[in-house]
Design a protein around this ligand. Sequence first.
Ligand code: 5GP
Ligand code: MN
Length: 338
Amino acid sequence: MKMNEIHKLKEELSAPKQIVIVPHKNPDGDAIGSTLGLFHYLRSKGQDAVVIAPNDYPDFLKWMPGNETVLRFDSETEKSSELIKKADLIFTLDFNSFGRVENMREALEASDATFVMIDHHQQPDDYARFMYSDIGMSSTCEMVYHFIQQMGEPEKIDKNVATCLYTGIMTDSGGSFRFPTTTSTTHRVVADLIDQGAENASIHEAVYDNNSLSRLQLLGCALRNMVVLKEFNTVYITLSKAELEAHNFKKGDTEGLVNYGLSLRGTKLAVIFIEDTTESYIKISFRSKGSFSVNEFARAHFGGGGHDNAAGGRSNLSMEETTSYFKEVLKNYKSQLE
Ligand code: 5GP
Ligand code: MN
């Protein structure tokens, strides 16, 4: 954020304010880590802050400090709406457009609050009075770290803040600081977070060694369903509603499965198509290696977007129609995937 903006924001935060912090729908580690990290920071400044998530998120994120204070808009709508109405400031974290909060969109659009965006997705919308958008960043959590530094309060990065921010940097960088957006600065940030009390080994264990047997068996099912399109260096996986239900699907169980496609030697594009268990569409995750932009691909063909190497989208067609359509449009990208 520009220094004059930081200056103005500092002025806004010099007196206690009512603050709402919002992650995107179906929040992931970066969304929950960044909102709770910011929550602890603002609370330590005497601000009246609350995190309101559009809907539920996976159990493997629910151990984070402050998790018990998170409100859910879908199940606590009245209380959440009241807080949004009263808010002086609304921080929107880890998303770039009100479309990403779906059920909360109307409430946010109706609000007179001052909006602050902190986000690393491409092509951000222009709704925020204060905008810190940087598509080169590993994660929104890393940006919250830089934001607190810019506010001139590094001493406020305590164990709680450090734990939340570490979690999101870890998950958004592919679980082990593997994506190209992981810079030497990212590693310096992470080193400092460890110095401030983030217990890296336990955080990794809490997030990744938390599988149920049925989730591991769902992984087996996904791997069996994997289709390799050799001439496109592409791998895709499908999971039907019936398959999910047969494996006692719980929110978060499909997180990260798409990366197994990318781990097959020579793969440049990996995709997973997942029938939603509650709504009537197919959720799609795209991952790529190198210069193939899945953000562009998801935007052009599947009403989605994200980052160059990790993006999402959806389809309202059946699974069979969706994969046929995918294979059809893929033909136009053959040279880019060679
Ligand atoms: P995932 O595949 O893990 O759901 O998402 C990968 C990345 O793309 C995340 O950064 C996520 O925020 C973003 N993303 C997922 N779905 C969408 C979508 O429908 N639209 C946009 N713009 N971004 C998405
Ligand atoms: Mn993110």
